[in-house]
Design a binder for this molecule. Sequence first.
Ligand code: SF4
Length: 145
Amino acid sequence: MYNVMSAKAEEFISDEKIKECLSYAEENKSNKELIEGILAKARDMKGISHREALVLLDCELPDKNEEIFKLAKEIKDEFYGNRIVMFAPLYLSNYCVNGCEYCPYHAKNKHIRRVKLSQEEIAKEVIALQDMGHKRLAIEAGRTR
Ligand code: SF4
């Protein structure tokens, strides 16, 4: 059932797996040997798994955190050089059940019109963004139950 390579959300989003990965990161946040292994793998620039990324994000060893920041900068420089890569946001929907205070789409905001784009509207938006010269899109959507 759980398949990180699947393109179907119901196959790769598993609450149980997410919790298991969070626990794994919590248990290993000071595991120097494991963290060094993940950093060595990251240095090859062929990618690390989401579990490994979680361990690095949770790392509580100051010297390893310095190494993580330094390596992240080196990898960023190697991939992108000295430039800023911009993503154009494409909102598919602004319905949301959450309450993030910085966001105007939070559920308690009763002053905005809620919209969910149709397939045709999404196609039009993508073409318009492409015609403006955008090459990268960040797909955004509020959260529903
Ligand atoms: S749209 Fe995203 S950021 Fe905004 S309230 Fe919902 S979950 Fe939070």
